[in-house]
Ligand binder design. Sequence first.
Ligand code: ADP
Length: 443
Amino acid sequence: MRRTWYSELAQFLWIGIVVGLLGALAGHLTLALLVYTLVYLGWYFNNLRRLERWLRLGRKFAPPDARGLWGEVFNGIYRLQQRNRKRRKRLVKLLNRFRETTGAMPDGIIILQPNGGIEWWNEAAERLLRLKYPQDVCQHLNNLIRHPDFVAFINGETDAEDVTIPSPYDAQQLLNIRMIPYGKRQQLVLVRDVTLMERVEQMRRDFVANISHELRTPLTVLSGYIENLQNGEHSRETVQRALAVMAQQSRRMQHLTEDLMLLSNLENRREQRREKVNVAQMLDSLLEEARLVSGERAHVIDLAVDDGLEVLGDPRELDSIFSNLVINAVNYTPAGGEIHIRWHRDEDGGAVFEVTDTGLGIPAHHLPRLTERFYRVDVARSRETGGSGLGLAIVKHALQRLGGRLEIESEVGRGSTFRARFPAEVVVQAPAPEGADELERTA
Ligand code: ADP
């Protein structure tokens, strides 16, 4: 550039000198120099005009053709433009990638201006807080979220780093909001949907409270009797009665811990034992057990089984499914009621275990929650029967592990039907004994 500049100057002077000499020879030195200066100025302004025109219109065109210093100026500007264009392209790409990344994030991000007005937000924030563009730009968050805990939080009235509040648009949804200061008095707001986490946490708290509660009652009874027996003399009869109650209470605790272990195994164990289980045989002994539990209440219990229908699964888990449903039917059906147990193929090639009773029935609003751990319709009655409140939770989990499901139909005062459905993959049809593919046993 420097060289071009010198050669341009040299060229101007040389031509000037030559024109001056020629002018002097012709006797018109001043006129020759004036004309030369005017021509040079004309050429100079013409190039200036081309530059201005190119800058105005020709961003996309190549620079005008010029030699010498002007050519260098044009090319220099052109190169600068190209470099800027590349840089801009890179910035746009970066911005797009940033937008895509923040758009894919499940958490809401909001950028606040130093005065607290909203400057920018991502798609998740738009979804969670129903922000609208452009109406909500420059809005203050406490105009959109008026929950007192949030207002106290955003006004700095609490020391907490974050706040959890119900969504202003859906009371069932819980939002956790955190503010992070950055840059020059700017704030980043993170909004997370913590509904599920809070629900799990609540379930954990309920679970611990329920277990403590379940254990406290039998323990109180046991320690009461022990204290009583330790103090003073007691007749043999009193001691026997106390021991019977103590045995019953310890059985209850044992039952509870066994069910808890089974449930936790069902939830934690990945590998599942899969062996061919002869369901008909299992149900035969279950029928005996049901009769024993029924005792003097003399229920009518009948069993209809497809003898050749077997299941690939863990025998203990299958036994839990069948016995929980049958013993529940006995426990929640008044004396003399009927209980029908059926085991047969279903229309999809799977199998169904069905227990129908003519018992108390269950109000419809309890049905969706029946398989929750410790959920009981009638707490007193469940305790009376020694139920742990975990039976149906075990049934549901054990069935889920086999790819099956539990269906419940019930009507208060008329009775209930519990149906455990097993998918075709775990059902095996063994060759049926001659002359009998469905056997009926009635008690
Ligand atoms: P529990 O140990 O209390 O029987 P379950 O999980 O087996 O616990 O059952 C949960 C609740 O469902 C029971 O407390 C009872 O209120 C109700 N229930 C279960 N089976 C029946 C049934 N066959 N008829 C009426 N209510 C039932």
